[in-house]
Design a protein around this ligand. Sequence first.
Ligand code: UD1
Ligand code: MG
Length: 468
Amino acid sequence: MDIPVTVLILAAGLGTRMKSKKAKVLHRAGGMALIEHVTDAALELAPPERVFIVVGHQADEVMAAVGDRGVRFVQQAEPKGTGHAVMAAREALEGAGGLLLVLYGDAPLLTAETLLRLVARQQQGDVAATVLTAMLDDPAGYGRILRDEHGRVRAIVEQKAATPAQLAVREINSGIYCFDSGLLWKHIGAIKPENQAKEYYLTDIVGILHGKGHAIAPLLREDPQELLGINTRAELAAVDRIVRDRTVRRLMLEGVTIEKPETVTIDSSVSIGMDTVIEPFAQVLGRTTIGEDCVIGACSIIRGSQLSDGVVVEPFTLVLDSTVESGARVGPFARVRMESHVGREARVGNFVELKKARLGAGAKSLHLAYLGDTEIGEEANIGAGTITCNYDGLRKHRTKIGRGVFVGSNATLVAPVVIGDGSYIGAGSVVTENVPEDALALGRARQVNKPEWAKKRRERKLRPDTQG
Ligand code: UD1
Ligand code: MG
């Protein structure tokens, strides 16, 4: 029978080499914090009550980042090294028995498939621990794997402590291990901070177990990419690219057309339906879902939004934290934000901004408008240049525009105001009072025509005594 697995993720470190005010594991790759990636991989192996995260530096923020996953946390009071972080979890974990899988929170590319292989190797029961390793052309910065004459791991030596001969070793420690937890807890106390950094190195446990006559198996991964750890901003950027490439490949396999895939920015949390086309330089971010047969125009940004089937987003458009129903068209150069809702077959055109606005099915606002805190009924037509004045300097007020209303160009609707179903607003009106259903509202100065006025003026100017 399989031995139960508990996962321990180390995420209490400062991440000094990032040169950041923010804890390293909170930096993002592919739109998710590093700790989220690692936690999600862990959750494919073990239920949340068996996944523990060691937190310390910015503990509250790290816990909040994965707060919705239901995992457990242990505190490391001071960041005294990876070995010290594991010791901090002793009380919580010693009773769990079985296998302990240790992961570092700064290696987000790891897949559950690889973790399963590591656990399967350890399940064979003939070794005290299994260490995931890889061959790197440039192993600088990583701990090096030292093997014994049987090809087992004899010790791990950190870059800083390595001799020139050891530095030449290309096999590196990924920082991912599966331990027989009984043996780990029995010997962990032997780790001492006897190194230049005065830290408790978890890697020392390998040499300690070996010294006690226990075997440690290496599991060499063919593809080293997955094991990359992030210590600097440059490494973060490289890993971000890899995460996004993976997402783009997944989406293409699911039937999404992505034009010039190297130019788009798509977060891992995004889902997109079949036959949707993503044009160059588009960004699709956060918890966004896009239906089938949509087009996301070049240079558009869709974030935290839900788009139904057949939606067309023209180029250079922002859709942020909003919903767009099927068959609607938005853009080019539109801005739809803050819980706005664009109804079925509705249209939002260039330089139109929707903020907390609901546009009913088939309604149109095609040019140059600001519609804030506004509800617009089905099939209404909002003329070019319409502005809802929703803010009086102190508070926001709502505008309600009924079904089938025709708002003439350059109307100014001073909220709070209600425009009844089927009514008309004359172009250029300033509307400060409610408009009854089916009425025509005119709120502008009456036009005065002065016959011949321009002609007479021209003639006056042409007379010699008035020239110059
Ligand atoms: C570590 C390994 C190194 C390996 C590399 C792989 C050690 C001593 N070295 O080095 O052999 O090649 O990872 O990426 O383990 N952390 C804590 N508490 C602490 C210190 C660190 O929780 O006191 C956490 C960090 O938040 C981080 C992880 O442990 O997520 C790894 O720490 P880091 O400082 O990045 O170790 P490396 O120097 O990369
Ligand atoms: Mg690291």
